[in-house]
Design a protein around this ligand. Structure first.
Ligand code: 5AD
Ligand code: SF4
Length: 486
């Protein structure tokens, strides 16, 4: 595992020659599978686990496969290639992958030409790659996050040889620009602005599996954003493990606030979201920028992780609960309508009841619209994995349930306060609640369910909120238009 923290911006880009070589391999695979499957394009089942960054990587895997002549299907049955793009953030994410890979054994017996591939964060860990080598002999192809752009070459080796192919070398990480992308949606798009992470929060595997922090150039990000707007995309989500440190590895001084401004200036009817912000790098200037850019949603996902200063220090988070609460008040002062969401870890090694109670107090003080809550999961290779962890799973489970109950009440109250307001909602799909209804999301990424028909999907409509249920606002069409209400 690699832990040094410098990165020369010029060396992170994959050279054009290497990218061109991969395009040649795409042609070679196309010819090879054309001969092997004369009846028509073979199908690939590509599934991405985990975060939006991984989903975004999955879109590049699919883009490359499409260039190679693959079609796509929605389940492993009927596929000639199954590719699981894995997540390592918690143990249960890994367990799910192993369970799903185990289920492929039978399919492989029925179809010996089936290629089974595993890639992504989980496979970037040496001990996992070794486990697959030893215990899952029917997995043909394994590659880590750093080899995503080499899929054509690696797949060609797998298809043309009789050996299993493993490419999980550890390195600082690169940026491969211009890869083909097959996007999952036609009106909402992910736009990665940076990759990797330098923070080394002590619980987190990400810096080890995704390498050092590196930013795409503002020109590359802007060109992609302009292209998305021209293609009619209505929502662009800027992605990075820590978007607030965007630009630190670049020579020209464009930071995340400046990047937001430049994207906001692209003409067109679209909205901008971003994920994820680290509180230590979330500046007042950034909050001012969010408040001042009309296309940027007034929603900040600002993971606090814990409300105890002692635990925040042990987590290596570089802020205190006081710093965090000050940031929240500033954001609320500038944007009274701001929707705040967060990630919380319960049961970090050494966390005591009094630490947990401070987290509860912080949740009550901030009043989040939504929380993503996690029980601590030990990740081999991280600092926290070496720490004493004396509290029982039962006790941690009790804390966890207590936290969910507190948050549920807050969520219900905050949703009630939205009743009577009118939001601009981007319609996503037909509602599962009843026929003749659709769902979409407002500026806070909150689900809104209202009467409507499928032709509204992909459009902005105004919806007046008339009621709410846990996790969803109910409403009806309205005339006024209001995206980020004050
Ligand atoms: N255990 C539990 N939760 C974790 N997260 C990251 N690492 C761990 C871990 N080892 C959570 C954090 C992070 C979110 C994406 O996942 O809350 O913000
Ligand atoms: Fe995303 Fe982290 Fe999971 Fe990798 S380990 S897929 S970066 S959440």
């Amino acid at each position: 595992m690699n832990t040094h923290t410098t990165n020369d911006s010029s060396s992170v880009f994959v050279p054009d020659g290497e990218l061109a070589r991969q395009r040649q391999y795409e042609q070679k695979v196309r010819e090879l599978i054309g001969g092997r499957y004369p009846e028509g394009p073979p199908l690939a089942y590509v599934h991405s686990y985990g975060c939006q960054q991984n989903v975004s990587d999955g879109e590049k895997l699919k883009g490359q496969l499409a260039q190679m002549g693959y079609g796509f299907c929605d389940s492993p049955e009927g596929a000639r290639l199954v590719l699981y793009n894995t997540c390592a953030v918690r143990e249960n994410a890994e367990d799910r992958v192993f369970g799903n890979v185990g289920a492929l054994k039978k399919l492989k017996r029925q179809h010996p030409d089936l290629v089974i591939g595993l890639c992504g964060c989980m496979t970037q860990q040496e001990q996992i790659a070794q486990k697959i080598k030893d215990s899952y002999p029917y997995v043909d192809l394994v590659f880590g996050t750093h080899a995503l752009h080499r899929l054509p070459e690696l797949l060609y080796q797998t298809l043309s040889g009789d050996k299993r192919v493993f490419s999980v070398d550890n390195m600082d990480g690169t940026i491969a620009e211009g890869l083909p992308v097959q996007r999952e949606g036609s009106f909402k798009a992910n736009l990665p602005v940076m990759y990797g992470c330098n923070n080394f929060c002590t619980y987190c595997i990400v810096p080890y599996v995704r390498g050092r922090e590196r930013s795409r150039t503002p020109e590359a990000v802007l060109a992609e954003a302009e292209d998305l707007v021209a293609k009619g995309y209505k929502e662009i989500t800027l992605l990075g493990q820590n978007v607030n440190s965007y630009g630190k590895t670049l020579p020209d001084g464009v930071d995340f606030a400046e990047l937001l401004k430049r994207i906001n200036d692209i003409p067109g009817d679209f909205v901008i979201r971003f994920m994820t912000s680290h509180p230590k790098d979330c500046t007042r200037r950034l909050i001012d920028t969010i408040a001042g850019c009309e296309k940027v949603c007034h929603h900040i996902h600002l993971p606090v992780q814990s409300g105890s200063n002692r635990i925040l220090k042990a987590m290596n988070r570089h802020y205190t609960r006081e710093d965090y609460l000050e940031l929240v008040s500033y954001a609320r002062e500038k944007m009274p309508d701001v929707v705040l969401t967060s990630d919380i870890i319960v049961g970090f090694p050494g966390e005591q009841e009094e630490d947990f109670l401070q987290t509860l107090e912080l949740i009550k003080a901030v009043r989040y619209h939504g929380l993503f809550t996690f029980l601590y999961s030990r990740r081999t290779g991280t600092k926290a994995a070496e720490m004493d962890d004396p509290v029982s799973d039962e006790e941690k489970g009790r804390w966890f349930r207590q936290m969910l109950a507190v948050q549920q009440d807050i969520g219900i109250e905050l949703f009630r306060q939205m009743e009577g307001k009118t939001f601009r909602v981007l319609v996503e799909g037909e509602s599962r609640s009843a026929p003749g209804r659709v769902t979409g999301r407002n500026y806070g990424n909150i689900l809104v369910d209202f009467p409507g028909t499928g032709d509204l999907i992909g459009q902005f409509v105004s919806v007046k909120i008339t009621g709410s249920k846990p996790g969803v606002l109910l409403g009806e069409r309205a005339d006024e238009t209001c995206y980020n209400p004050e």
